[in-house]
Design a protein around this ligand. Structure first.
Ligand SMILES: [Mn+2]
Length: 275
């Protein structure tokens, strides 16, 4: 029997994915070359499960290929991924009528102009400014859009007696169940405000006051120079999708960090232009 169990919430929200060592992978943001480099490192290749921390898309040149690769890894049972604010903005902005998700034109425009969504559109062969841009983008995304909209908003796991909770932007000090309940599946796409759960930038140090000391809180979202790793907190976004930055993976429970070169072994990494 496990020494630790995730708090009981809506059964759709709690996903204990593995009891094996995992590799947490920070915000990829369309940088396929960095992702390939990280996945090729033996420590990552040998991890039982890969856990992507959200923001697979936007800013980098290859969002479509990154989504395809991660979808493939998930379908093979090799990986899990949570949603990030960039995927949220795409799905909520574009809307997904079949799933009851209304479009939000203001957010869609912001996604294209300020989130780096224009790069994602280009990777799917779409110029978002054309009059039927949303329609053709939805068509081009196809099943990728359903995949992105269905990503879980957080994940639990436990390796031996080492539990973790992954959520894209981290948590604040409020109670755990209160915070996670804001993301109840039936509510999450209908809210009027942007979920802080995915957006807040002030959560490097904070955690829910009732999250047990034994639980490691894992997030991406807030770019840091080097991955922050402690028994209670992992922050793995070392790029924000920007040029000249690296993609990091953090092995759990060892805490080993694997970071791609900011410029290096592949052509694409080498030709990254300065910010
Ligand atoms: Mn990000």
């Amino acid at each position: 029997m496990r020494a630790w169990e995730a708090p009981l919430l809506d059964s759709g929200q709690v996903e204990l994915i593995t009891d094996q060592p995992v590799a947490f992978i920070g915000d990829v943001h369309g940088h396929l070359d960095r992702l390939r480099w990280v996945l090729a490192q033996p420590a990552v290749a040998e991890a039982e499960q890969l856990v992507f921390l959200g923001d697979l898309i936007d800013r980098g040149p290859d969002s479509s290929a990154v989504v395809g690769m991660v979808r493939g890894l998930i379908e093979e049972g090799r990986a899990q991924a949570i949603i990030g604010n960039h995927e949220y903005a795409l799905v909520r902005g574009l809307g997904l009528p079949a799933a009851g998700i209304p479009a939000n034109l203001e957010l869609f425009t912001a996604w294209c102009e300020r989130y780096g969504g224009d790069e994602t559109c280009a990777s799917y062969g779409i110029d978002w400014r054309r009059a039927d841009g949303q329609e053709v983008l939805r068509e081009a995304l196809g099943e990728d859009l359903d995949f992105i909209a269905a990503l879980p908003w957080f994940l639990w796991g436990v390796t031996g007696d080492k539990p973790w909770l992954a959520v894209h932007a981290g948590l604040d000090e409020r109670g755990l169940v209160e915070q996670l309940s804001e993301c109840a599946p039936q509510q999450r796409w209908l809210r009027q405000d942007l979920p802080r759960f995915l957006y807040a930038k002030d959560r490097r140090q904070s955690r829910a006051h009732d999250l047990g000391d034994e639980v490691c809180l894992v997030s991406g979202h807030t770019p840091v120079e080097a991955a922050q790793v402690s028994p209670q907190r992992i922050l793995a976004d070392t790029s924000g999708g920007r040029p000249g930055r690296s993609l990091s993976a953090v092995l759990w429970p060892s805490g080993q960090v694997i970071a791609s070169p900011a410029a290096g072994p592949s052509g694409r990494l080498r030709v990254i232009s300065p910010e």
